[in-house]
Design a protein around this ligand. Structure first.
Ligand SMILES: [Zn+2]
Length: 87
């Protein structure tokens, strides 16, 4: 089941296919969501687990092994997190 990645609404209408991936348009907020969106492959709980592990002094390679998240992505998440904190 595809959900809107902006508001979580499940009422989506089909909005064409781009590069072989079906696109949906949210009926509530009118934003588009793609099927199997890679950016949302990992859940919030996985992200938090990675960030928590990092803050507790875990190495990126260790976190990669523990969570199965590729290390370039872990680095990206840490950078994003630092940006939110304004560091
Ligand atoms: Zn929406």
């Amino acid at each position: 089941m595809v959900k809107c990645r902006y508001c979580g609404c499940k009422e989506l209408s089909k909005d064409g296919i781009i590069k072989g991936i079906r696109r949906y348009k949210c009926k509530r907020c009118e934003k588009t969501t793609r099927e199997n969106d890679q950016r949302y492959k990992y859940s919030i709980s996985t992200r938090l687990r990675v960030l928590k592990g990092y803050l507790e002094g875990g190495g990126i390679m260790v976190l990669e092994r523990l969570t199965g998240v590729p290390n370039p992505l872990i680095i990206k998440w840490i950078r994003n997190y630092a940006k939110i904190l304004g560091e």
